[in-house]
Ligand binder design. Structure first.
Ligand SMILES: CCCCC/C=C\C/C=C\CCC/C=C/C(=O)SCCNC(=O)CCNC(=O)[C@H](O)C(C)(C)COP(=O)(O)OP(=O)(O)OC[C@H]1O[C@@H](n2cnc3c(N)ncnc32)[C@H](O)[C@@H]1OP(=O)(O)O
Length: 303
């Protein structure tokens, strides 16, 4: 998968797994038996809380960056560090991503990181956005987005990068890649991730119009896999994870890698060019003006 996140190999390719018990299929099973003082390990930084249940191998990551979990450079850095820690932890086989902020999963990329800054800053920020996607889309863990609020643009990308998406049934919540509404463009790897989930025609229309889909519509077009009442979200996410973990890790991981490799490789091959394109694009006066107008519109909507 993504070279920055080496695929853990629980079993050499071609060697048959012991099929006797699903318990033996995970990375945790390859550790020598040790008595753990607790079954829960928690680590938290400013913007993200992570809890790993070492008995099930399932980690839950909660975004907690008020007011709207926007993806600032600091947030993305914490996100990547958390993903790397979990990826390297052989006790962890699955990750559920959700939000601790009411009504918002993530408001997407922090617009202030793309406004009025230096070209060096734009390049650093964009590299962090790329890194987040490479790690999440290329993760060998089972990843489930438990979407408990609106999730525009970069927030939607996080959900799209997971293996499965469950969204809370609420007529006020929306999800989609709405970049066009801001006068900006979803880069090719956002687009590829979207196309791989909903198909070309739906993606083409949705991206050109910058649509934010209400939950029911998102379900209909396959942008989310399931819709549940709020109180059922965690239970449902745990059940989905259990279903995916019931398969041998190596088979699932190799299949995931096969499905995603072309898109990951394409981005990696064009990574530096993509940064240059972003910096050039976002530095344009006309684009800066569009972002400024959009931020104004958000503020006006409040008053
Ligand atoms: C061919 C050449 C192509 C080259 C292309 C190369 C590169 C591509 C170029 C660019 C790609 C960029 C990709 C961008 C991806 C993104 O993710 S852009 C962000 C998109 N996000 C949004 O549009 C969401 C905007 N926000 C909202 O709709 C709402 O805020 C909400 C999330 C639904 C929450 O609503 P509500 O609860 O009512 O809260 P408020 O609106 O009052 O917001 C609270 C404060 O938070 C601020 N804020 C909201 N979102 C963001 C954000 N994304 N970034 C920064 N700040 C945000 C909002 O302004 C409020 O601030 P104040 O309290 O007023 O100070």
């Amino acid at each position: 998968m993504c070279p920055s996140v080496p695929l853990p190999s629980p079993c050499p390719p071609g060697i048959l797994f012991p099929y006797s018990s699903p318990q033996l299929w995970g990375r945790a099973a390859l550790q020598p038996p040790v008595l753990l003082p607790t079954q829960r390990r928690t680590f938290s930084n400013n913007k993200i809380l992570v809890e790993l249940d070492t008995s099930s191998g399932v980690a839950t990551m909660k975004f907690k960056s008020p007011p709207v979990n926007s993806l600032s450079l600091d947030f993305l850095t914490e996100f990547c560090i958390s993903l790397e820690k979990l990826e390297n932890d052989r006790a962890c086989r699955a990750l559920i991503i959700t939000s601790a902020i009411p009504r918002i999963f993530s408001s997407g990329l922090d617009i202030m990181e793309m406004f009025g800054k230096s070209t060096e800053h734009y390049a650093e920020f964009w590299r962090a956005v790329q890194e987040m996607w490479l790690r999440l889309y290329g993760s060998s863990m089972v990843t489930v987005a438990a979407i408990n609020g609106s999730s525009p643009a970069g927030g939607c990308l996080i959900a799209l990068s997971c293996d499965y998406r469950i969204m809370v049934e609420n007529p006020k919540y929306v999800i989609g890649l709405n970049e066009a509404q801001l006068g900006i463009v979803a880069p090719f790897w956002f687009k590829d991730t979207f196309v791989n989930t909903v198909g070309h025609r739906v993606a083409e229309r949705s991206l050109q119009l910058g649509l934010l889909h209400p939950v029911t519509e998102a379900h209909q077009i396959g942008l989310v896999d399931e819709v549940v009442p709020e109180e059922k979200l965690q239970e449902k996410a745990a059940a989905v994870v259990a279903q995916w973990l019931a398969l041998p890790d190596h088979a699932r991981q190799l299949t995931k890698s096969m499905m995603r490799k072309a898109v990951l490789d394409h981005m990696l091959a064009h990574r530096e060019e993509d940064i240059q394109n972003f910096v050039k694009f976002i530095s344009k006066d006309s684009i800066q003006k569009s972002l400024s107008m959009y931020m104004e519109m958000l503020k006006k909507k409040k008053s």
